[in-house]
Design a protein around this ligand. Structure first.
Ligand code: NAP
Length: 343
């Protein structure tokens, strides 16, 4: 069994990952921006059914400052660097997300190298793989990289590509033998563990609460958070995973219309507010240009379908994810179970 540092324990993916590490018998330290959030993390681990939650150590550390990181990495065999800004809306300036993502990653990797961590698993994203290429019908793999100067690249997308590049460069040049493995998840769905859920959950929340009257013509790839966490654990220990990237996705892209359909079919009355029709792209473009500037970031995504392959993780790490539909339905069921549909 290993001692593992997980960054950003308050997060959706990190809390599920800690729960799985504890279930597998590992010991865990996690970082939080404020120790006041410790009880929130403990509550989420309880909802996930994790054992030995009282054994988790908490260290206060922020990606934008050096304080705390040396204490956090002390004694860790492995580092799962999951924390990164994941804003629901575009920032005023791209550096608000790029700088913490990139410099924070380097700060954490440096501390890990100095502490003798054997392997770091970095949570990157499909955002570092399949964006900025313009319209394409090919299937993206781990060999692809986002073109940060390409069309439709948001600040968040750029932050993930830039941070992942910086991590590979660091390990190659100054890593001192520390191994790096990268997981590149697509849109993460699956069960939420509490009210502070990730921005990716908002689509399902909006559909269930009448906040999305008709589905925009947007396609997304999905992965269940439990499968994404499981892939992190496999990436952490598989001998051949060092130096590799692994895309984490369930299967074929899903349209927002497909998501609404799956919710209606599987949840019945609970999903009565889910949209039945699709909004025309021209209308969304018009709204974005006039009365709904918040829609501007979605305009480049209208009608774009990005296919990707999960063959590498399946083959090399024996990974077997749940289906798209199971992931989005599990999100909806958890929002209902935890009484989170009113907010
Ligand atoms: P989340 O719930 O919003 O978690 C983000 C975590 O990062 C939180 O713990 C947050 O802490 C922490 N964080 C943000 N800025 C920080 C800073 N300056 N210093 C320290 N911690 C900071 O989102 P998530 O879905 O779990 O995302 C986890 C990882 O997966 C991220 O790297 C994200 O880019 C990646 N990812 C997510 C998706 C998705 O669809 N959700 C898809 C692909 C990749 P606070 O709680 O204090 O804000």
């Amino acid at each position: 069994m290993a001692h593992v540092l997980v960054t950003g324990g308050t997060g959706f993916l990190a809390s599920h990952t800690i729960a799985q590490l504890l279930a597998a018998g590992h010991t865990v330290t996690t970082t939080v921006r404020s120790l006041a959030r410790r009880s929130d993390v403990e509550r989420m681990l309880g909802v996930a059914g994790a054992p030995r939650t009282d054994t988790v150590s908490y260290v206060e550390a922020d990606l934008t400052a050096d304080r705390g990181w040396d204490r956090a990495v002390a004694g860790a065999d492995h580092l799962l660097h999951i924390a990164s800004p994941f804003p629901g809306a575009g920032p005023k300036h791209e550096d608000e997300v790029i700088v913490p993502a990139r410099d924070g990653t380097l700060r954490v990797l440096r501390a890990a190298r100095d502490a003798g961590v054997r392997r770091t698993v970095l949570t990157s994203s499909f955002a570092a793989v399949g964006y900025g290429h313009g319209p394409t019908d090919r299937t993206f793999t781990e060999d692809d990289w986002t073109r940060t100067d390409g069309p439709g690249v948001s600040a968040y997308v750029k932050s993930k590509a830039v941070a992942e590049r910086a991590a590979w460069d660091f390990v190659e040049g100054e890593g001192g033998g520390m191994e790096l493995t990268v997981v590149n998840p697509v849109g993460i769905f699956g069960p939420v563990l509490g009210p502070d859920y990730s921005a990716s959950i908002r689509v399902v929340h909006a559909m269930l609460t009448g906040g999305m009257r008709s589905a925009p013509p947007i396609w997304t790839n999905t992965v269940d958070v439990r499968d994404a966490a499981d892939l992190h654990l496999r990436a952490m220990t598989a001998p051949g995973a060092a130096g590799q990237r692994y895309l984490a996705l369930a299967g074929e892209p899903l349209s927002f219309h497909d998501i609404a359909l799956a919710l209606r079919e599987r949840l019945g009355e609970v999903a009565a507010e889910a949209p039945t029709g699709t909004a025309p792209a021209w209308l969304l473009r018009l709204l974005a240009a006039t009365v709904r500037p918040a829609l501007r970031e979605t305009v480049p995504q209208l009608g774009v379908v990005r296919r990707a392959s999960n063959a590498k993780a399946r083959k090399e790490l024996d990974w077997s994810p749940r289906s798209n539909e199971d992931a989005v339905v599990a999100t909806a069921e958890s929002l209902v179970r935890l009484g989170l549909l009113s907010g």
